[in-house]
Design a protein around this ligand. Structure first.
Ligand SMILES: NC(=O)c1ccc[n+]([C@@H]2O[C@H](COP(=O)([O-])OP(=O)(O)OC[C@H]3O[C@@H](n4cnc5c(N)ncnc54)[C@H](OP(=O)(O)O)[C@@H]3O)[C@@H](O)[C@H]2O)c1
Length: 292
C-alpha cells in the first residue's frame, strides 16, 4: 500500500509528458544528457530539426515538457524524456537500464550535463564523492560503459564528451579536493578527467566503429551555469551548439581528439600522460562500481 503515492506520482508524470514517441525505422537516435537547458537543449532541438529521435535527459519534467513541445512544434524529428540524477550511480544504472530496454539502437551519446565552477562550496554525493567529479566526469564513465554495447551494436556510432578548456591537474593524493577546495579547481579537474577518459576510450575503440571526442564548446556562453555564476557572456549558445554538432554529424571529426570549438585543440599536458590516465581509469572504475 505504501507504493500507491509513488505510483500515482509516476502516472501523473507520464500523463504530464503525454504519449512519448518511438524512433521510426532508420531514424538516428541521439541521447543528450542535460538537454533541458543551455547548450544541451539547443543541441537537442537542432538535432531533432535535422530529423533525429532525441533522448532528452534531465532532472525536471516541466523543463523537459518545454523541450518536447518545442521539438513537436518544429514538426521534424521526435523526442522522449528520461529523468536521472547523475549524482547517483544507482540512478545512472536505472536510467541506462531503461535506455537499453527501450532502444534497440543508439547512434550518438552526448555527455553534456554538468555543474559549473560556482557555487564555491564543496559538496559530496551520498557516496562521499566530490560532486563535480561525479556529475561532470564519473557519470560519463558509468553511463558510457553501460551503453557501450548498444553503441557498438549500432556502429558507426559516436560519443561526444562536452568538456572545457578549464583544466586543473589531478592530484591523486586529494582527488576529492578535501583541502584547498575551490569550485574552479573542482570544475577544472572534472573537465580534464573527461578529456583523459576520451583519449583512453578512443584508443580502446579503435577500429570498432565507435568514435569518441571531447570539446570545449565555446567560452562563457549565456547558459544556466554562466548566468548563475554572474559571469559576462563572451560567446553565444549557437557557437557552442555548432561545435557539438560538428562532432555529432561531420565526417572529419575523427576520434580521440580534444576540440576547441570547431578546431582540433590541445588539452592540458596531464591529459597526454599515459600513466596518469591509467591511474585515473583504475580509480574511476572503482568509484562507479565497475571494478573492485
Ligand atoms: N556555458 C559555457 O560557456 C561552457 C563552456 C565550456 C563548457 N561548458 C560545458 O557545457 C555543458 C553544458 O552546460 P551549459 O553551459 O549548457 O550549462 P547549464 O545550462 O547549467 O546546463 C547544465 C545541465 O546539466 C544538468 N545537470 C546538472 N547537474 C545534474 C545532475 N546532478 N543530474 C543530472 N543533470 C544535471 C542541468 O540540469 P538542470 O537543468 O536540471 O539543472 C543542465 O541541464 C557542461 O558540461 C559545461 O561544463 C559550458
Amino acid at each position: 500500500m505504501r507504493t500507491a503515492p509513488v505510483l500515482i506520482a509516476l502516472v501523473a508524470a507520464l500523463a504530464d509528458l503525454g504519449a512519448q514517441p518511438r524512433p521510426a525505422p532508420g531514424q538516428s537516435v541521439v541521447l543528450i544528457t542535460g538537454a533541458t537547458s543551455g547548450l544541451g537543449r539547443e543541441v537537442a532541438q537542432r538535432l531533432a530539426a535535422a530529423g533525429a529521435h532525441v533522448i532528452v535527459h534531465g532532472r525536471d519534467s516541466a523543463r523537459a515538457r518545454e523541450v518536447l513541445d518545442a521539438i513537436a512544434q518544429g514538426g521534424k524529428g521526435s523526442a522522449r524524456f528520461y529523468a536521472a540524477d547523475l549524482a547517483s550511480n544507482a540512478d545512472i544504472r536505472r536510467f541506462a537500464g531503461e535506455i537499453l530496454r527501450d532502444y534497440p539502437r543508439l547512434d550518438v551519446l552526448v555527455n553534456n550535463a554538468g555543474i559549473g565552477s560556482t557555487p564555491n562550496e564543496r559538496s559530496v554525493t551520498a557516496e562521499g564523492v566530490e560532486m563535480r567529479m561525479q556529475v561532470n566526469y564519473l557519470s560519463n564513465v558509468l553511463l558510457t560503459r553501460l551503453l557501450l554495447p548498444r553503441l557498438l551494436a549500432s556502429a558507426p556510432a559516436r560519443i561526444v564528451n562536452v568538456s572545457s578548456l578549464s583544466a586543473s591537474p589531478i592530484d591523486f593524493d586529494d582527488v576529492m579536493i578535501a583541502n584547498r577546495f575551490s569550485g574552479g579547481r573542482a570544475y577544472g579537474q572534472s573537465k580534464l578527467a573527461q578529456v583523459m577518459f576520451t583519449i583512453d576510450l578512443a584508443a580502446e575503440l579503435e577500429g570498432k566503429g565507435v568514435t569518441v571526442n571531447a570539446l570545449h564548446p565555446a567560452t562563457m556562453m549565456p547558459t544556466g551555469m554562466v548566468l548563475r555564476g554572474g559571469y559576462t557572456p563572451r560567446s553565444t549558445i549557437d557557437d557552442g551548439a555548432r561545435a557539438v554538432l560538428h562532432l555529432v554529424q561531420d565526417a572529419d571529426a575523427g576520434t580521440g581528439q580534444f576540440f576547441n570549438g570547431l578546431n582540433p585543440g590541445r588539452a592540458h599536458a596531464q591529459a597526454y600522460d599515459v600513466a596518469v590516465r591509467a591511474r585515473l581509469r583504475e580509480l574511476s572504475e572503482r568509484l562507479v562500481g565497475l571494478r573492485r
